[in-house]
Design a binder for this molecule. Structure first.
Ligand code: FAD
Length: 264
C-alpha cells in the first residue's frame, strides 16, 4: 500500500527523526511505498493568507472558505498545496508524526491542515440541505483510507491517564483524530504515543523502535477507533446531537462519539 507520513519536527536528528527512519524502513521492508512530507525541510508556509489565492483580486476582501472553494474548483490553489493534496489522494494510509507541543501538534502541522484541507476537498463535500449535513465524519474525500498519529510526549503516561493532571491523552488528541482525520472520511487507528521521552536511553529507544515497527506491520489490520458516522442514524438532524439513550449511562463529552456502547 501507499503510505504518506507528514513529519513535523524541526530537527531531523531528533528522536522523532530516528523513529521516522525506523517506521519508514519497516514499511518498505513490508513492501509498501512511502512518501514523507518533512514540513520543516520543505519550509512549509504555515499560515493562510491572501497569497494562498493568487487569482483573488487584490481589492477583494479575503473570505478563506469561499476563496478556498473557488480556487480548489478551478485548480487555482498554490502548487505546494496541490502537491500535498495529490499525496493525500495517492495514499492508502496517512500518518501524522509530531512531538506534543503545548498539548497539541506544532503550529507548522496545523498550518499544513489549514492550507491543504481546502473547501470542496476536506470540507464542504457532499449534499448540504435541511436533511443532510454533507459527507463528513466517516464519509468524504478520504473515505476508505486509514490514518493514525505518531506522537512523542515529555509527560508521563500517568499524567495523561483518566485522572491525570494533563487530561486523558484520547481527549487531548480527539480534535485531531475526530476533527481533522475522521471529519474528511479517514478511518482512524488508535494513536501511537511515546511518553516520558526526554531522557530516553538506548534501551528505551530499542523498546520504542520495536513498538513502532509492530504498529507499522499491523497498519492494515489494527481495529480502528469506532467513531460514530454522521450519516448512519445516530445523530438528530439538523442539530447533529447524539440521539438520546445511545450512550453508556453517565457518558459525556468526547466519549459520546465512540460507538459500541449502545444501551437503548
Ligand atoms: P529529542 O529531544 O530529539 O530526544 C529525546 C531523547 O531521546 C533524548 O534523551 C535523546 O538522547 C534520545 N534519543 C534521540 N534519538 C535517539 C536515538 N536515535 N537513539 C537513542 N536515543 C535517542 N511534553 C508534553 O508532554 N506535553 C506538552 O504539552 C509539551 N509541550 C512542549 C512544548 C514545547 C515548545 C516543547 C519544546 C516541548 C514540549 N513538550 C511537551 C516536550 C516534548 O513533547 C518532547 O520534548 C518531545 O516529544 C521529544 O521529542 P524529540 O523528537 O524532540 O526528542
Amino acid at each position: 500500500m501507499n503510505v504518506l507520513i507528514v513529519f513535523a519536527h524541526p530537527e531531523r536528528r531528533s528522536l522523532n527523526g530516528a523513529l521516522l527512519d525506523v517506521a519508514t524502513a519497516e514499511l518498505q521492508a513490508q513492501g509498501h511505498e512511502v512518501k514523507v512530507s518533512d514540513l520543516y525541510a520543505m519550509h512549509w508556509k504555515a499560515t493562510v493568507d491572501q497569497a494562498d489565492f493568487p487569482d483573488l483580486p487584490a481589492d477583494e476582501r479575503l473570505k478563506v472558505a469561499s476563496a478556498s472553494s473557488r480556487e480548489f474548483a478551478e485548480g487555482g490553489l498554490t502548487e505546494d498545496v496541490k502537491g500535498e493534496q495529490a499525496k493525500l489522494l495517492w495514499a492508502d494510509t496517512v500518518i501524522l508524526q509530531f512531538p506534543l507541543w503545548w498539548f497539541t501538534m506544532p503550529a507548522i502541522l496545523k498550518g499544513w491542515v489549514d492550507r491543504v484541507y481546502a473547501y470542496g476537498f476536506a470540507y464542504g463535500v457532499g449534499e448540504h440541505s435541511d436533511r443532510r449535513w454533507g459527507d463528513r465524519y466517516g464519509e468524504g474525500t478520504m473515505a476508505g483510507k486509514r490514518a493514525m498519529l505518531v506522537v512523542t510526549a515529555g509527560g508521563w503516561p500517568e499524567h495523561y491517564s483518566a485522572r491525570g493532571i494533563n487530561g486523558p491523552i484520547d481527549d487531548l488528541l480527539f480534535p485531531i483524530n475526530h476533527g481533522i482525520l475522521f471529519y474528511p472520511g479517514f478511518t482512524v487507528l488508535p494513536s501511537f504515543v511515546a511518553y516520558q521521552v526526554d531522557r530516553l536511553d538506548e534501551a528505551g529507544f530499542t523498546i520504542l523502535s520495536e513498538h513502532i515497527r509492530e504498529r507499522m506491520r499491523t497498519l492494515a489490520t489494527t481495529a480502528p477507533i469506532p467513531y460514530r458516522k454522521q450519516n448512519d442514524g445516530d445523530y438528530q438532524i439538523p442539530t447533529m446531537e447524539l440521539k438520546p439513550k445511545l450512550e453508556k449511562p453517565g457518558a459525556v463529552g468526547f466519549s459520546l462519539h465512540i460507538a459500541g456502547e449502545k444501551t437503548g
